[in-house]
Design a protein around this ligand. Structure first.
Ligand code: BTN
Length: 262
């Protein structure tokens, strides 16, 4: 890890405290332990390599040394934010999407609730977790993994969406620290706009598969096919079902996939 470059990002983004590692199990695990020990708001954990990187639904997330940008931001939500914890994953999605557009001119899309797709291929995964001690919220940890170079890609066939990386999209080298800086600044920006009209409009504007037929796959329930309409003011996905009924889905134990690839 280039400590000088990292320190410059820490300073320019007003990051409270930063823990950096050349190798770690998972930055989310480290962030959870740190939150449990009362980490400050807007603390950062970052690693060159993760050996036990985790994704949603207990999937493994590969982070090879230097090829991926793997980091976790710890937030101490205020009272308003505590009422809206489900919006932190999309907040990260908006921050990554905008960072890629501003820095690299990549027009990525957000697959509800929070994967980032470039030309329908996944370049970034987001894993947001709440840390509780009993009823006491010790913090929110927002883990973000962005594939920078081709070495970061998992083996083909590992997931529904083929993986891609930023360097494939722009056909030149990408500086991980610039990406980190832009994502952190956009996290601050969208945090200040959490749950606003602008927040939902921007999310809807960049939603993947909008107006297309998608399938919602829920564990232990029947899958539902419909046309993806957008996001409601709670951050739920709105679908028009095959019999023309509007249905909403909360973030949780379900997957969204386009019908053509299911
Ligand atoms: C997913 O697509 O299922 C989410 C992947 C999240 C990966 C990131 S990498 C940094 C942080 N540490 C982890 O162990 N996971 C997240």
């Amino acid at each position: 890890m280039d400590k000088d470059r990292l320190q410059a990002v820490v300073d320019s983004c007003n990051i409270s405290t930063c823990r950096s590692f050349s190798t770690i199990g998972s930055t989310n695990d480290e962030a959870q332990s740190w939150a449990d020990e009362d980490a400050e708001d807007f603390s950062l954990v970052i690693a060159d390599e993760q050996t036990k990187g985790r994704g949603r639904f207990n999937r493994h997330w590969i982070s090879k040394p230097g090829a991926c940008l793997a980091f976790t931001v710890i937030l101490q939500p205020n009272a308003f934010e505590k009422e809206n914890l489900a919006l932190f994953a999309p907040l990260c999605g908006l921050a990554v999407r905008d960072a890629l557009a501003e820095l690299l001119g990549i027009e990525a899309e957000i697959k509800w609730p929070n994967d980032i797709l470039i030309n329908r291929k996944k370049c970034c995964g987001i894993l947001v977790e709440a840390v509780w001690t009993g009823e006491n919220l010790k913090g929110i940890v927002m883990g973000i993994g962005i594939n920078i170079s081709a070495e970061s890609l998992p083996p083909a066939g590992d997931s529904l969406f083929s993986p891609t990386c930023l360097e494939d999209a722009v056909q030149h080298e990408v500086d991980r620290f610039q990406v980190l800086e832009s994502v952190m600044k956009n996290i601050t920006k969208w945090r200040s706009k959490l749950k606003t009209k602008e927040f939902f409009e921007h999310w809807t504007d960049h939603l993947a598969f909008k107006g297309e037929q998608v399938m919602i796959v829920q564990s232990e329930k029947q899958s539902i096919i419909g046309i993806e309409k957008g996001i409601d003011p709670k951050g739920n996905l709105v679908l028009i079902s095959e019999n023309n009924v509007e249905m909403t889905f909360e973030v949780g134990d379900l997957h969204l996939r386009p019908v053509e690839s299911s």
